[in-house]
Design a protein around this ligand. Structure first.
Ligand code: MLT
Length: 248
């Protein structure tokens, strides 16, 4: 088995042509991917990642309002009028169990929407790193794109290091059968020298920004490695919850 792996350091880099025929893993450690993985673990019925607040509010009337929650952030803060922000710690089973979430975040959900032309979109972060690697190894796709959401078109340290650990795990499984682009090589090297994940997150620009907003606890939570073994996937623009996935 051979795998061709490309790493993109920010959401804008993934064009439709690049997405086609690949399995994409979207990494937004701070915080969309971590929030989605947490919501999935808390028993959501569905998550609909959207590209912007307008799209989220447009969708809402088409959903059963008793079960739907508007979720997401702008500049890190909960959007006015939304039910939840983008802090994974808000996504408890009491808050989101059995609900449909419409989630809009600045970079993370936008990256998921950008990857729509791909064969599969998996959601990855430190919380489910090992599970994502195992998922890819068992799916054996020939082409994989790791899409770091980044921040407004720029590289985010925490996404890049997380991607590097993913590359490393895949190299272990694939050895010489894995072809990497330059960004993937660089991410792996960096991840090998920045091994303290909590430190990576707390030193990152977005980590510092979130700390200033008072989200220190999110930083601790998002740095937990392999807390969960689930890999939410976006199919036809929707992430089905665990219950729904097992009855597909
Ligand atoms: C994003 O999508 O840009 C992030 O998830 C922002 C955040 O920290 O909430």
């Amino acid at each position: 088995m051979k795998m061709n792996l490309r790493l993109y350091v920010a959401a804008d880099a993934l064009t439709e042509a690049r997405a086609k025929g690949t399995h994409v893993v979207v990494i937004d450690v701070l915080r969309a991917s971590s929030t989605i993985v947490q919501a999935y673990e808390s028993g959501v019925e569905r998550i609909i990642p959207v590209d912007g607040v307008e799209e989220a509010t447009r969708l809402l009337p088409t959903l059963d309002r008793d079960k739907a929650l508007l979720c997401g952030e702008q500049e890190g803060m909960k959007v006015d009028g939304f039910d939840l922000g983008n802090s994974p710690l808000e996504y408890t089973s009491t808050a989101v169990g059995g609900k449909t979430l419409v989630l809009s975040t600045t970079n993370g959900t936008t990256a998921m929407v950008r990857a729509a032309a791909s064969d599969e979109i998996a959601v990855g972060c430190f919380l489910n790193l090992k599970a994502v690697i195992a998922h890819l190894v068992s799916a054996e796709p020939e082409r994989v794109s790791i899409l770091c959401a980044g921040t407004n078109g720029l590289l985010s340290l925490e996404d890049f290091v997380c991607a590097g650990l993913m590359v490393d795990g895949l190299l272990e499984a694939y050895r010489n059968e894995l072809t990497l682009n330059d960004a993937a090589v660089a991410a792996r090297l960096l991840a090998g020298s920045m091994t303290d994940i909590a430190k990576v997150i707390s030193q990152s620009s977005h980590g510092q920004y979130l700390r200033d907003l008072g989200f220190e606890k999110d930083l601790d939570f998002c740095s937990r490695l392999d807390l969960y073994s689930s890999v939410p996937t976006v199919v036809d623009g929707r992430i089905k919850g665990r219950e729904q996935s097992s009855h597909r």
